[in-house]
Design a protein around this ligand. Sequence first.
Ligand code: ADP
Ligand code: TRP
Length: 331
Amino acid sequence: MALRALTGIKPTGEPHVGNWLGAIRPALELASSYDTFYFIADYHALNSIYDADALRKNTLSIAATYLAFGLDPGRSIFYRQSEIPEVFELAWILACFTPKGLMNRAHSYKDSVAKNVEAGRDPDQNINMGLYSYPVLMAADILIFSANLVPVGADQKQHVEIARDIAERINHNYKTALFVLPEPKIDDHVKTIVGLDGRKMSKSYDNTIPLFLEEKPLLKRINQIVTNSQAPEEPKDPEQSSIFNLHKLLLSGPEEEALRSRYRAGGLGWGHAKKDYFEALNARLQGPRKEYQRLMSDPAALEAILAQGRDKARAKASVFLDTVRSTIGIR
Ligand code: ADP
Ligand code: TRP
């Protein structure tokens, strides 16, 4: 039996180049060698999105994004988290084995507390229990399908370790190998993708390159990448350039080397470098853009794909949850 890889994406807004190259592309590549599970973590988004229409729209948009970039729903199991009730029952079970101290140490919670303290506010201001127990729900997502491998960005590594920790506690208590211990998979080659201003590309910094812009706005966005004031003829340090660091992610090894040499040789102005990047990116996005638009204009077709995934996922989850219940003495 093939090993299982599973990953979720939070439907929190317009997907961008950082999400694609940092999360979607590496995750989809696994479909050729693993049994793959991909899902839309809509209940994870509920701790921050309180606008019903926005949550609904973002959910379909993320579904269309995965499909537009080649997710094959015949080969992988693709579903909405909220349609798998077994996940939420398991989350409660896991919570009963999760030390509160483990949650206190979770980065996202700690960061929110630190921000409050820095601003002189109550440490727990605006922190809801959804944020606090986020890692428990994520552990349930992973453990319910006995995932071996969890492809995530570096920021999610701790959450996978927490899932492992909770799984080990339960296995140890009942002296069984009930839960598979998941491993995070972080793509070292990709690491953190930079945004227009040189910081990490992120919705929260408003420095992203959205994936499905039409050509003109896409070029406009790329022209906003911050550069230094070097003249066209000056040799440039490719490693210091956000344009190069973004462009190289679309190139093979030899192509990357050739581009690096062009930067170093001088004679490549920033305007030109941006145009080259635009052309490479646009060529890659043309197909997915069309497919994304097609899917977004046919929500019934999208729903049908998700319903098929839900049925496949629930069939597995309900069998596993029965085993969990009987192991712990619930029925
Ligand atoms: P954002 O920071 O824009 O809110 P998310 O936190 O929703 O993005 O990220 C969704 C997925 O995309 C995560 O797996 C995350 O690690 C990955 N990701 C987001 N931005 C980047 C980036 N700049 N570089 C690499 N991966 C990223
Ligand atoms: N927490 C992840 C993120 O913010 C999304 C997510 C939810 C996830 N459940 C998961 C990722 C399970 C991998 C496995 O990006």
